[in-house]
Design a protein around this ligand. Structure first.
Ligand code: FNR
Length: 416
């Protein structure tokens, strides 16, 4: 509770300590497009609300006078000891919120010892994010491209850059129906924000060149001249400069790299057979993200994956999908106690973390809140969001009479 004490004794955190106020203030501070993209959910928002309702429905039953004076927040995940059961969820195109977004998040994560799941749709090449992490743990999140050589290239880069695991996101073979983005008529990607893993990739560059050449061969000469200019400027910008990238794109109409990205970033035909090939293609431990049905979890276990991220993508994909926390219990039952499970979607507080662990998670990932921290106060904001959740986790455990994260189980919840 050092952070708590610091607060009481006068250190004001860079961001509001209450999740709702954090969201309110960040939302007010963000530009309309960033607000729509980050805050938005699928359809009418039923699943965004369900994610929160599932946490609110569950109740902790604190135990008294246990005689304990300190808590052990550490836990083991994929064989690594972590200081807390917390990770940062992969967030693509965070450059809509702040320049240098992913590098700021990386430094904050490294400072807190919280593993960062680096998005395939990040705003800096993963090699640069890894450098900013300076040895701190990170996982690479993969969207399965329709180009198999690109999948291999991204996996290879993640291994070479030191990722500790690869997380394959299964729930976004197509983007969900997101009215807030649709009503604005633009996504960050259409402006070149969030494609840095691609433009820095040799296989992707090859694909773009092939496409440009094919266009040239088909005789659309003038188009190609401008396209080549666009490709050259895009590929020369391998680090995140959303502003200048945007300018480049405005002046270079055909936007070949962006179009190529939109065509190939994800594979609606992704199958369990393709997933089965993964362990032969990478040496990294594999986690599957976006699983909600116990039968899919069983299937993942049969494939021999190292873990599952139980997630509905923060309610951004299927409106009316089951709350992530409600999916967790049946999945834990299906895969047994040995399968590492990470829960995300709706985690906002330390109390939420305890509830997720009690429902069967080994760890949780947080998404939007750290983006709100980033929007309000950059790297410090991300750090404070993490520290606030961890501080509240520590207090909640202490006040519930629980001595360690690893001691949390269903017994800490009110029985239904
Ligand atoms: C995401 N999410 C996501 N997931 C993923 O696998 N790859 C990605 O690139 C992204 N990008 C992304 C952008 C934004 C703006 C949001 C809000 C979310 C989903 C993310 O990893 C996670 O599942 C949710 O954010 C968790 O829900 P909360 O914590 O935001 O409620």
């Amino acid at each position: 509770a050092l952070i708590y004490r610091a607060g009481v004794l006068g250190r004001r955190p860079a961001v509001p300590t209450d999740a709702a106020e954090l969201e309110r203030r960040a939302t007010a501070a963000m530009a309309p497009r960033a607000r729509a993209y980050v805050g938005g959910g699928a359809g009418g928002g039923a699943t965004v609300r369900a994610n929160r309702a599932a946490f609110d429905r569950r109740e902790l039953v604190p135990r008294m006078a246990t005689g304990r004076t300190s808590r052990d927040l550490s836990t083991t995940l994929l064989g690594h000891r972590l200081p807390t059961p917390l990770l940062l969820a992969p967030i693509g195109a965070a450059g809509v919120v702040a320049r240098g977004s992913d590098l700021a998040v990386a430094r904050a994560a490294a400072g807190c010892g919280v593993p960062y799941i680096v998005s395939n749709q990040g705003c800096s090449p993963m090699e640069e994010v890894a450098a900013a992490l300076d040895g701190a743990p990170w996982w690479f999140q993969l969207y399965w491209s329709t180009d198999e050589l690109l999948v291999d290239s991204l996996l290879h880069r993640a291994e070479a850059a030191g990722a500790a695991a690869v997380v394959v996101t299964l729930d976004t073979t197509m983007l969900g129906w997101r009215p807030q983005d649709l009503n604005l008529g633009s996504l960050p990607f259409s402006q070149g924000i969030g494609i840095a893993q691609y433009t820095s990739d040799p296989r992707f560059q090859e694909i773009v060149r092939e496409r440009v050449a094919a266009k040239a061969a088909s005789g659309r000469g003038e188009d190609v001249k401008v396209t080549l200019g666009a490709v050259r400027s895009l590929l020369s910008i391998s680090r995140e400069h959303p502003g200048s990238l945007r300018e480049n794109l405005r002046s270079a109409a055909p936007r070949a790299a962006v179009e190529t990205f939109l065509d190939i970033y994800s594979n609606p035909g992704l199958s369990w057979d393709a997933l089965a090939s993964l362990s032969r293609r990478t040496t990294l431990p594999i986690l599957l993200k976006g699983i909600l049905h116990p039968d899919d979890a069983r299937r993942a276990a049969e494939l021999g994956v190292s873990g599952i991220v139980v997630s509905n993508h923060g309610g951004r994909q299927v409106d009316g999908a089951i709350a992530s926390l409600d999916a967790l219990g049946p999945i834990r039952e299906a895969v047994g106690p040995g399968m590492p499970l990470v829960l995300d979607s709706g985690v906002r507080t330390g109390s939420d973390v305890v509830k997720a662990l009690a429902c069967g998670a080994d760890a949780v990932a947080v998404g939007r809140p750290y983006v709100y921290g980033l929007a309000l106060a950059g790297q410090d904001g991300v750090r404070d969001v993490i520290e606030n959740v961890v501080a509240e986790l520590d207090l909640t455990l202490g006040l519930c009479g629980i001595g360690a994260v690893d001691e949390v189980g269903p017994h800490v919840l009110r029985a239904d």
